[in-house]
Design a binder for this molecule. Sequence first.
Ligand SMILES: [Fe+2]
Length: 206
Amino acid sequence: MPVTSLDESLLTDDHHREITVCLDDVKSIISADGVTRAALDKVKARLLKLSERTDLFSFDRFPVRGEHDGEHSTIYQLAEDNDHSFALFAVSELAGNMSPPHDHTTWAVITGIEGEELNKFYERLDDGSTAGHAQVQETTQSTVSAGTGVALMPDDIHSIHCVTDRPTLNFHLYGRSIAHLPERKMFNLKDGTYKVFPAQPNIVLA
Ligand SMILES: [Fe+2]
């Protein structure tokens, strides 16, 4: 899994403190409530508070790297426990970035900091009895921007689309790092198929 280290960390003492306090609160929520939609709504509310710290988290500080080489997004790893749980990323995006419908096999919460990211949600209609095949249809949409977020249970399916010209930065918080989830599925709606994710995208250690 490709990981890029920077010569100099983007994170100050203030970043580390605010991230640690936020993730301690998130761990308390999950520890007390377990992984439920109600618990993830609480996690989302807590992450939205961190998202308000635009003095610490902005597209300018976490830009898309390699933009001139055609890159549309960069995933910055902000924190992760030693066992790869509670992994927090800042994801910067430019117009045109998209991820096809996929699951996570762990819980996930996305909150907006700046810009806009369209999230489409899907339901799976088949019973999963035929490997490689899945009947999936779109159900709802939600735009993640400053002050808003979405939460997904491990089996929930979404796709993301950066459709604005504004630079976009979001937090993505996962129960387990996306670099250590080998069974995620990516769905092809048109063909009615899915495949297990290939190698992970590049992750930058902030
Ligand atoms: Fe996702």
